[in-house]
Ligand binder design. Structure first.
Ligand code: EPZ
Length: 417
């Protein structure tokens, strides 16, 4: 199992380009199941989750090739529209195959994803919506078995904001009969990126990116081509890497508005930014103070940046209160940060972080989930001496060549197995 070793000390400086978004690539790749033929994508990051998605698509009789960041998916008719447990348990986003398979074949058998480190991750909102569209859904041997001769458009009001729930139901609705209206839909930019590709394939969608999405079903869709949007979570992670070391780092290839909640919060801590059309630069600052944050659906502060922001707060001047409102167990990084000397008091939904400038000391720590592993790498950049982050297969799920990017900015970081 690989680990990453970081020697603290260097201030990170320079420019770094963001990769394509993991959380846009995944729904985009699953949307290909809606239309037979060759789909072409660019700016697809090279990640383990993409490899997992490729395996699942191949099991559904698709061809899949990735050369660098270019991907081609060749969709043929699936003999058996089933997403097997062995594949789904590796990546819960595989549940995004349910909507497309049900819409295209009128039947789908998708393993329940099971929970993960950050929470139970139920998919009740996905299933209730599809039932409202006329599907019969049964849970048999840990699998969702969904049947629908023809899904029918209707008004669906989500009880809670769900990103992949919105994406799954939007993909089910594009081939349904009549109009589907999604209320309380997720407004994440990745939902809009998916809708833009579905529209290129011939879907009729209005309002994606807002909380009301209208989809008018069509008879068939055609494959197209698409460039995956930039990864806003990676962009935020790289900005914090520069900030936490007191350096000046420019993240290129990202629309600043996509991480406005983070840069606004870091401004409250004292950081200054230079904003261009497709880049953000954080300016060097040797002393910043704590600022409270509460995670919430887009456009508010992203839960996927909470762990990384907490690392920044562990060495701030003053105390910050970090509230996690999206997932019920997304403080797994807290105990590992405490092993590095961070002064954190975790409670159920909040963590109180008492900043200790210069107070972190390197130690072996263990990654538990994707964003927690990023948080430990960030803390390792400033924890005196050497920090070894183990189980970084978590990191490899969502960050493309992170250690190369950080090294290019001056970090002393290397992978060992
Ligand atoms: C997506 O997960 C992202 N994953 C997550 O990123 C991200 O943290 C999350 O959205 C929130 O922004 C992908 O896009 C592949 P949700 P998703 O459905 O869709 C509850 C990362 O690090 N809920 O918006 O699974 C759920 O338990 C990953 O890249 C239900 O109760 O998240 C959670 O508390 C981690 N029933 C809340 O809603 C449902 O049917 C938000 O979940 C669905 C969700």
């Amino acid at each position: 199992m690989d680990s990453i070793i970081i020697q603290s000390g260097p201030t990170l400086n320079g420019k770094v380009r963001v990769s394509g978004a993991k959380n846009s690539s995944l729904p985009l790749l699953f949307s290909t199941l809606l239309a037979p033929g060759a789909h072409k994508f660019s700016n697809v990051p090279e990640l383990k989750d993409i490899t997992s998605t490729a395996e699942l698509l191949k099991s559904l009789n698709c061809g899949f090739s990735q050369k660098g960041n270019d991907v081609e998916v060749l969709v043929e008719d699936a003999k058996n529209p089933e997403a097997h447990y062995d594949l789904v348990r590796k990546m819960r986003a595989s549940v995004l195959s349910l909507g497309p398979l049900l819409a295209r074949y009128g039947f789908a058998r998708v393993s329940l994803p099971g929970g993960c480190a950050i929470g139970a991750r139920p998919i009740n909102l996905h299933l209730e919506a599809m039932e409202k569209m006329g599907a019969t859904i049964k849970i048999v041997d840990g699998y969702v078995e969904a049947k629908a001769d023809k899904l029918k458009g209707t008004v669906i009001s989500f009880d809670g904001v769900t990103v992949t729930g919105t994406e799954n139901v939007m993909m089910a609705a594009v081939l349904a009969e009549g109009e589907t209206v999604l209320e309380n839909a997720a407004k994440e930019p990745e939902v809009l990126d998916l809708a833009n590709y579905l529209i290129k394939m011939g879907a009729k969608i209005q309002g994606a990116g807002s909380s009301i999405i209208k989809i008018t079903g069509v008879n068939a869709l055609k494959p197209s081509t698409h460039k995956v949007m930039a990864d806003r979570i990676e962009a935020g992670t790289l900005l914090i890497a520069g900030a936490i070391t007191g350096g000046e780092v420019e993240v290129v290839g990202i629309e600043p508005v996509l991480i406005a909640a983070l840069t606004q919060k870091m401004s409250e801590c004292g950081f200054k930014f230079s904003i261009q059309k497709d880049s953000i630069k954080v300016h060097a600052l040797s002393k910043w103070h704590g600022a409270d944050v509460t995670t919430a659906p887009y456009p508010d502060f992203a839960t996927d940046l909470q762990a990384q922001y907490m690392a920044l707060m562990t060495v701030a001047h003053g105390t910050s209160i970090i509230s996690e409102t999206v997932f019920e167990n997304r403080f797994m990084h807290v105990t590992e940060l405490m092993r590095l000397g961070a002064d954190i008091t975790p409670k159920t939904k909040i963590a109180v972080v008492r900043g200790r400038p210069g107070g972190l000391v390197g130690a072996p720590v263990m990654a538990t989930d994707l964003r927690a592993s990023a948080s430990l790498v960030l803390a390792g950049l400033v924890a005196k001496g050497e920090t070894k982050v183990s189980r970084i297969y978590h990191l490899d799920r969502g960050y493309e060549k992170l250690e190369e990017k950080l090294s290019s900015l001056g970090a002393k970081i290397r992978r060992v197995n």
